[in-house]
Ligand binder design. Structure first.
Ligand SMILES: [Cu+2]
Length: 433
C-alpha cells in the first residue's frame, strides 16, 4: 500500500486521490429509510388495492425503483426467478418467507404512510451484491427532483474511492510452496469455516482452504508429480476437484462417482502426474453451489516454459454469492490494485468461480486474449471487455502504455456500483512513469 501511495502521490495529473480514510459502510444502510415506518396506516380510508410485481433474481431485484400511492393497500407479488434462495424484506418492516427457486409469495403491506422504503434480500451478501430496491409511497418530499428515484450519495461514493485500497484482514490466493517427498510436490489443504473480511469491517461466514479466500495458489511445472492432501475440518462432507487438469478418473474428486465422501474430520489424498499446462483451478465438488461461492476454491497454474515473458503475472479469481461480488475474495474498496510502471507487460489470468458471468472491462488499454481454459489461442485477439463465464479461465496480456489511474471493473454494473458508490468487482490499474 505504501508503494501505491507513493506512486499515487506522483500522479499529479490524475484526479483520483487515494488514501486510507475509513470507509463508512454503515452509511449504506441508513440513507434511504428516512423515517418512514412500514405498516398499515389507520388514518387512510380503504381504497382500491394496488399490486406490484417484484422479481428476485441472482442477485438483483426488479424493478429497482417502485412507486405507489398513499391511501390504498399495497400488495407485492414477489417471485424468485433465480437459481438460489432469496427473500424480500422491507427495512424495519415485514418480509416474505425465504423463497426457493421458482417460489412466490404475495406480501400485503397494507396502506403505507408516504415515504421512501428500502426493499432488500436478507441472504448474507445479497444486499451488498445489489439486491436492494426503493419504494416511494405518495409524494415523498425527500425524493426531490429525482421523481421518486433513490438519490445516490456523492459523499458515500467519494468515501469509497478515497478508502481504496482499503486494508482488511487476510489476503487470499497466496503462493504456496510445496513440501517435497522425493520428487513428489506435496500440498496440504485444510478446509474449515472462517469469518472472512470482504470489505472493511464486513465479516462474512466463509469456507476456506488454509484460512484464506481464495485458497493458496498452487503453481507447478508440466510433468510434475503432485500430491494434494485434503483435511476436512468442516461440519459437512467435501472433496476437491482439479478443474481443467487431465487426471486419472479416480483422482477427479467427485464423491459417489470417483471416490467416497470425505466426512468431517477425515482426510483424503490425491496424487497424479501433471500432463497439461495452463491456468486451471481446484475447488470443492460437494455441495458446490454453496461451498465454492463461500470460498472453497483456488488457482492451480501449470507452467510449461512456453509462456510469454511478462513483468507481472496476476491471478484474478471472480466470485459471487454469499461473500458478495469479489475479486480474489475482496470487494471494493478492499480489492488489490494493479500497480505498474509504464511499458510493463502484465498477464492477467481470469478465473470465474462464481454463478454468474462477469464481463471484465479495463479502461485505458486493450486486453490481448491469449488463452482460454489453459489452452493457447492460435490467433490471439484484442478485447476491451473480456467476458468470463462460470468455470472459465481466460488469460490476457495487458501493456501498461498509458499513464494514470484506470478503472477496472465488471461491466454488469450492479456488480460494481450502486447508489452508495462503487463496491464489489472494481479495482484500479495504476500506471506511473
Ligand atoms: Cu460481474
Amino acid at each position: 500500500m505504501k508503494l501505491l501511495m507513493a506512486i499515487a502521490s506522483s500522479l499529479a495529473a490524475t484526479a483520483l486521490a487515494l488514501s486510507v480514510a475509513a470507509f463508512v459502510v454503515a452509511d449504506r444502510a441508513e440513507s434511504s429509510a428516512r423515517g418512514a415506518s412500514p405498516g398499515p396506516s389507520s388514518t387512510q380510508a380503504p381504497a382500491q388495492a394496488q399490486t406490484l410485481d417484484v422479481e428476485l433474481g441472482d442477485v438483483y431485484i426488479a424493478p429497482v425503483q417502485m412507486s405507489a400511492a398513499t391511501g390504498a393497500s399495497l400488495v407485492l407479488n414477489v417471485r424468485n426467478t433465480g437459481a438460489i434462495q432469496h427473500d424480500l424484506r422491507v427495512e424495519g418492516g415485514p418480509g416474505t418467507a425465504m423463497l426457493n427457486p421458482g417460489g412466490s409469495e404475495s406480501l400485503d403491506l397494507g396502506a403505507l404512510d408516504a415515504g421512501t422504503y428500502t426493499l432488500f434480500c436478507s441472504v448474507p451478501g445479497h444486499r451488498e451484491g445489489g439486491m436492494v430496491a426503493s419504494l416511494v409511497v405518495g409524494d415523498d418530499e425527500h425524493a426531490g427532483h429525482s421523481g421518486g428515484r433513490m438519490l445516490h450519495s456523492d459523499e458515500d461514493y467519494m468515501a469509497g474511492v478515497e478508502a481504496f485500497p482499503a486494508a482488511t484482514e487476510g489476503l487470499g490466493g497466496q503462493p504456496m510452496a510445496p513440501e517435497l517427498d522425493g520428487d513428489v510436490k506435496v500440498f496440504e489443504l485444510t478446509a474449515e469455516e472462517i469469518a472472512w473480511e470482504v470489505e472493511p469491517g464486513v465479516f462474512r461466514d466463509a469456507m476456506a482452504y488454509n484460512g484464506e479466500v481464495p485458497g493458496p495458489e498452487i503453481r507447478v511445472q508440466l510433468g510434475d508429480r503432485v500430491r494434494v492432501v485434503l483435511h476436512n475440518e468442516l461440519p459437512e462432507s467435501t472433496a476437491i476437484h482439479f478443474h481443467g487438469l487431465v487426471v486419472p478418473n479416480d483422482q477427479d474428486g467427485v464423491p459417489g462417482l470417483t471416490q467416497p465422501l470425505v466426512l468431517p474430520g477425515e482426510s483424503w489424498v490425491y496424487e497424479f502426474d501433471v500432463v497439461n499446462a495452463g491456468s486451471h483451478m481446484y475447488h470443492s465438488h460437494m455441495n458446490g453451489s454453496v461451498q465454492i461461492p463461500m470460498g472453497l476454491l483456488g488457482a492451480f497454474i501449470v507452467e510449461d516454459g512456453t509462456e510469454e515473458v511478462v513483468d507481472q503475472d496476476i491471478t484474478m479469481i471472480l466470485n459471487d454469492g454469499p461473500l458478495g461480488y469479489t475479486i480474489n475474495g475482496k470487494g471494493f474498496p478492499a480489492t488489490q490494485p494493479i500497480v505498474a510502471r509504464q511499458g510493463e507487460k502484465i498477464r492477467i489470468r481470469y478465473m470465474n468461480e462464481g454463478l454468474q458471468i462477469h464481463p471484465m472491462h479495463l479502461h485505458g488499454v486493450p486486453q490481448l486474449v491469449v488463452a482460454k481454459d489453459g489452452y493457447p489461442l492460435p490467433f490471439p485477439h484484442y478485447e476491451d471487455t473480456v467476458t468470463v463465464a462460470p468455470g472459465e479461465r481466460i488469460d490476457v496480456i495487458v501493456e501498461a502504455t498509458e499513464l494514470g489511474a484506470w478503472a477496472f471493473h465488471c461491466h454488469i454494473l450492479t456488480h460494481a456500483e450502486g447508489p452508495n458508490g462503487m463496491f464489489g468487482m472494481v479495482t484500479v490499474m495504476l500506471v506511473s512513469e
